[in-house]
Design a protein around this ligand. Sequence first.
Ligand code: HEC
Length: 368
Amino acid sequence: MKLFIAILFLAGNLSAANPLPPEQVNTLIGALGRLDPALVNSNPALKERLGQVLDAVRGEARSVALIKKFQVEGRELDLLAVAVKHPNDPAGVEAMGMVLAGDGKKVVIDLLIGKDAQQATAVAKALGNSNNPSVIPMLAPLVVDATLHANVRKEAVKGLANYEAGAKHLLSLAKDGKLPQNVKFTASLALSTVRWPPIKAEAAKVLPSPFGANAKPLPPVADLAKHKGDIAKGAKIYMREAVQCARCHKVGDAGIEVGPALTEIGDKLPKEELYAAILDPSAGISFGYEAWLVTMKDGNAAFGIIESETDDEISVKGPTGAVTKHAKANIKSRAQQPVSLMPPGLHLTMKEAELVDLVEYLSSLKKK
Ligand code: HEC
């Protein structure tokens, strides 16, 4: 019965308010979900309703499935709005993929070099997370464009480092002395944690980490574990951008969840093992957090944790927390990686005393 009424709404036999009230939007989306796209697209009244629904849910994750199902054209800005708002969400990543697959590239480039730097930064971030190497030529010019806001250029650097060809591009800019001064630190950091050993090794020479270069070798872990650190200082180091822990771990509600939550890690691991987890992440990889490399038939690849899997699709969560979905029919191979998704060498971004503070903080994280 409900479906019947919804179809009447859709066909315009019952009047719909403009803009649509939220309950009506929900009913209409439910009804549209059951209708054949060919039917809707060939019926002007139904098509108009679809347009009204899309206007009502502009920028929302649920708009993506509708645009996809009905192959709606001219909604690039709407899709981008989702990609920018939800860069780490499957709907956001999918929206970006749809924009890049269609005629949306021009819209994207205009936004990247446009006057609104905040918007441009968000678009650059979404591109970097899109797992789509076709973004490399869009991001590369931003890095060296001195007219752009520093944040846009930094986000472009981080995004490029997510792709092997992009990381190589950054490296060659650095080698040729063409990498602008204000993105060197970001590039050094991003390249120090990439998953391609040759690039990483070369980056360490060309763009040495500002801290790592002077770091003394650490004393043995057993000695380190005897030191007492400062919990409050450790908490600040944990949040520091260069150290990146919060980029991949939640403590309570704060942070992004790529690796396991550390909210009660002090109960789980003694100090020695906390040091080991930071100094040599690949030594003991937590169950369920193994990294995989999924290679697609078109040559694209996704690297990350397999977050979920159905009969025809798998979801891969990458090192930035962005989740991409891949149809199994398009997958050529998948291989478990011997390395952790957690990059080694994070301790090189801090002084020895700071590492001690960080571990003191981690070991204070216990069940309340
Ligand atoms: C790019 C993502 C990433 C970053 C950055 C990262 N981690 Fe991790 N971390 C992981 C993943 C994934 C695992 C689980 C796999 C493993 O055990 O290696 C993990 C595991 C751990 C563990 C073991 C957890 C357990 O339950 O056994 C600890 C402790 C830890 N990380 C601490 C840190 C600290 C401290 C930092 C910052 C210095 C950090 N991580 C930065 C992704 C990350």
